[in-house]
Design a protein around this ligand. Structure first.
Ligand SMILES: [Zn+2]
Length: 154
């Protein structure tokens, strides 16, 4: 807090795969002075240097970066999207299961369906910081998640 200009250090990426195809890369940076986290989502292909940078989550703000993965079926392909969340926030998802289309972030940052407060069936939500230095493979459900961070297993 109080940084006039953040001093960001790259802290890692999550590669989002569909089997062997790389769909996108989620990247994160942390400010050395205030711990704010900058995150972005890069599609594959030609982009500009700042495209896909979504913004900053300040330390102590209660906000967190989440990776929201959805199961695919038919014309709706599987996908994983970077979402800035905070307690009480509603997350809209194009999901194959109608009950999973509106999710609510609880005080403990767990995510449930708005309709019945049950965990979603066709959507998985990950704390981005816990899956950095890793990958997620959407070709299976639940997705295969791997990270090189010590002590983290999914
Ligand atoms: Zn800062």
């Amino acid at each position: 807090m109080g940084c006039t200009s953040h001093d960001y250090v790259y802290i890692g990426a999550v590669n989002v795969f569909m089997d062997e195809e790389l769909l996108k890369v989620i990247e994160a940076w942390r400010c050395r002075a205030c711990n704010a986290v900058l995150a972005g989502e890069r599609q594959m292909g030609i982009i500009t240097s700042t495209e896909g940078i979504l913004g900053t989550v300040s330390a102590g703000s209660g906000e967190r970066w989440m990776l929201v993965a959805r199961q695919g079926r038919g014309s709706l392909p599987p996908d994983a999207t970077l979402v800035r969340t905070s307690p009480g926030l509603r997350i809209k998802v194009d999901s194959i299961e109608p009950g999973d289309s509106t999710l609510v972030v609880r005080e403990d940052m767990s995510v449930v369906r708005e309709v019945d407060e049950e965990p979603p069936k066709t959507v998985m939500v990950y704390d981005v910081l816990s899956v950095l230095k890793g990958y997620i493979d959407l070709s299976t459900w639940p997705p295969k998640v791997f990270t090189l961070q010590a002590g983290r297993r999914h």
